[in-house]
Design a protein around this ligand. Structure first.
Ligand code: NDP
Length: 262
């Protein structure tokens, strides 16, 4: 029987996930179909999942914490970071995973010699990726516009700072993990700070995809190598597809079809 999948989020119209997953279903001759659903009220995620008779979903902004609470079981990493972007139904139960963080790690594998990383932003994406990056031995500093979200990172032992009390060090990678630039042309931090940290960096990365953000333009003006969020999106999607299809296909098999979406 055909299995139905979807992405839940708000907004969701811009998402590439339906194209990515449908290319892989078709290419691998798997009887699945993937759509999009604009979920406004995150509290209704579980109810909508069953009402739409879905086999699995991906979850995007702003519902990853709702998704975490909607699951019956969670993999250990999702439990630790408190955010779920992939849910699979098995025997009437919802199983939750976080594929953003391993997807991101793979996306920066070309910078394996980097040691110090500056993360701009302290939201859900920073939460999951900072955990996996510190597990891998990277030295992480996090700066954020507001102070509120920094507390939990400080409790987890990260070096944290807001913009006004930030003393810049030298960082191999500077990574924008805010939503600044997603729907506007704003920079993720004051330009004076960015000029300083970008000029001594080896490369700059933005997790936003599908456009050149003001942050990446600034990095290019400093003649730094740049990378947007497309690889992260592709890799988190491939790992989600492996969960959806119970690891029937290798990463490379899925990638060969899914990457055609880019
Ligand atoms: P959250 O809403 O959890 O966090 C947003 C963060 O951005 C906060 O730290 C917030 O700071 C900061 N911020 C928002 N606007 C500004 C601004 N104008 N200036 C400075 N800081 C700002 O978002 P997520 O972590 O879920 O997502 C972050 C980004 O990552 C989004 O752009 C999303 O599209 C992208 N993403 C990409 C993926 C991919 O596959 N490529 C996967 C997942 C996410 P404050 O606390 O001060 O409000």
């Amino acid at each position: 029987m055909r299995e139905i999948f979807a992405i839940f989020g708000d907004p969701v119209s811009h998402s590439k996930s339906p194209l990515m997953h449908n290319l892989a279903f078709r290419g691998l001759a798997y009887d699945g179909c993937y759509g999009r659903y604009r979920l406004i009220d995150g509290e209704r995620l579980r109810e909508k999942f069953f009402e739409l008779q879905l086999k699995g979903i991906n979850i995007t902004v702003p519902h990853k914490e709702h998704a975490y609470r909607a699951c019956d079981t969670l993999d250990p990493f999702a439990t630790r970071v408190g955010a779920v972007n992939t849910i699979v139904e098995r025997d009437g139960k919802l199983h939750g995973y976080n594929t953003d963080a391993p997807g991101f790690l793979r996306a920066i594998s070309e910078y394996a010699d980097a040691k110090n990383i500056l993360l701009l932003g302290a939201g859900g994406t920073t939460k999951s990726t900072s955990a996996i990056l510190s597990d891998e031995g990277y030295d992480i500093t996090i700066i954020n516009r507001g102070r509120e979200r920094l507390k939990s990172f400080r409790d987890d032992g990260f070096k944290v700072s807001s913009f006004d009390d930030f003393t810049a060090d030298s960082y191999d990678l500077v990574i924008n993990m805010t939503s600044a630039g997603l729907q506007d042309e704003s920079l993720p931090a004051p330009k004076e700070i960015l000029d300083r940290v970008i000029s001594s960096s080896k490369a700059c990365i933005d997790v936003i995809y599908g456009k050149e953000t003001a942050f990446l333009r600034l990095a290019k003006s400093h003649n730094k190598p740049t990378k947007d969020g497309s690889d992260m999106l592709l890799y988190q999607g491939i790992i989600a597809f492996q969960h959806f299809t119970n690891y029937r296909y290798s990463f490379e098999e899925i990638e060969s079809y899914m990457k055609r979406a880019f």
